[in-house]
Design a binder for this molecule. Structure first.
Ligand code: GEK
Length: 247
C-alpha cells in the first residue's frame, strides 16, 4: 500500500446495506480514518492543532504523555512537534491492530528526539504513571459507561500534581430541543463535507450501541469526583466538546 493510504476517501457507508453491523475500527476504517474523522467531527483539525499548544504549555521535563485511543497518531504527532523537553516520552495506545500499525508508520518519518512507544492494548489495562498530560481525544465515548469512572480515576492517580487530562467527546443534551438542534447541525456539517443522507443514516446506525455519549454535566461531575481541581470547556462545536481538567 502507498504510504499515504490513510488519506483515502471514506466511502464505507456509501452503498445501501441490507444489514448495518456494529461499527469496528478495522483495516477498512483505518485506511480512510483521517478523511472520515475530519469530515465527521466538527473542529477535529483545530482540536489536534491545539493539542500541540496544550502540550507545549503543560508538559514537564522527564514526564510521560499518554495518547489513549491514538488511532493514526494525529494527537501524538501534534504534541511531539511542540514538546519543549527532549526527555519526555509519549505512550500511544489503541486496541485496533490496524490503527496501531498505521500510526507507527505515520510517525516513522517525523524527526524528533521525543521517544514514542506504541501499544496495542485496551486502555482499561494501560498503566499510567508520572504523566504530565493524558489525552483522550474522542475515545472515552467508546468505553462502557460503567467503566468510565474507573478509567478517569486511574488517569487522575497517574498524573503528576498540576498535570492535565484533555478529554474530547461527542456529547448528548438532556434537553430534547437542544439535542435535536445540535444533531441537525452536526448532520448539516457532514452533508456540507460530502456525505449523503444514506451515509449519515447508515453510519449513525452502526455507531448506535458503540459510541455512547454522556451529557456535559456527567463529564464534569465524574472528573470532579475523581479529584480534578479544575475542569474547563476549552472547545465546543455543536455536539462536540473538549475539556481541560487539571489535577
Ligand atoms: C485522534 N484520538 O485522531 N482501548 C484502546 N483503544 C480503544 C478502545 C479501548 N478500549 N476503544 C476504542 N479505542 C484519535 C481519534 S477514535 C474516535 C480516536 C472516533 C480506539 C479505537 O480503536 C479508535 O482508534 C479510537 O479509540 C477512537 O485524535 O473514531 O470517533
Amino acid at each position: 500500500m502507498p504510504p499515504n493510504d490513510h488519506n483515502d476517501r471514506d466511502r464505507i457507508y456509501a452503498q445501501a446495506r441490507d444489514y448495518v453491523s456494529e461499527f469496528e475500527f478495522d483495516e477498512s476504517v483505518a485506511r480512510v480514518f483521517d478523511d472520515m474523522i475530519s469530515r465527521s467531527v466538527p473542529g477535529y483539525r483545530t482540536v489536534i492543532a491545539m493539542l500541540g499548544v496544550i502540550a507545549q504549555r503543560y508538559s514537564r521535563p522527564g514526564s510521560t504523555i499518554y495518547d489513549l485511543g491514538c488511532s493514526l497518531g494525529a494527537a501524538t504527532s501534534a504534541m511531539r512537534r511542540h514538546l519543549p523537553f527532549d526527555d519526555c516520552a509519549i505512550v500511544a495506545v489503541d486496541n485496533s491492530p490496524a490503527m496501531i500499525a498505521k500510526a507507527r508508520d505515520n510517525l516513522r518519518t517525523q524527526h524528533s528526539p521525543v521517544h514514542v512507544s506504541f501499544r496495542c492494548e485496551d486502555i482499561m489495562t494501560t498503566e499510567i504513571t508520572h504523566a504530565s498530560i493524558v489525552v483522550m481525544n474522542f475515545t472515552l465515548q467508546f468505553i462502557e459507561p460503567k467503566d468510565r469512572f474507573e478509567m478517569i480515576k486511574k488517569i487522575f492517580d497517574g498524573l503528576l500534581p498540576g498535570g492535565v487530562l484533555v478529554l474530547s467527546e461527542k456529547i448528548f443534551f438532556e434537553d430534547a430541543v437542544r439535542q435535536n438542534r445540535m444533531t441537525e447541525l452536526h448532520h448539516a456539517f457532514k452533508r456540507a463535507n460530502g456525505y449523503s443522507d444514506l451515509e449519515i443514516a447508515q453510519k449513525r446506525s452502526a455507531l448506535e450501541n458503540v459510541l455512547i455519549p454522556d451529557d456535559i454535566s456527567t463529564h464534569q461531575a465524574r472528573l470532579e469526583l475523581a479529584g480534578f481541581r479544575t475542569v474547563d470547556v476549552w472547545f465546543q462545536c455543536f455536539n462536540f466538546v473538549s475539556l481541560l481538567a487539571q489535577k
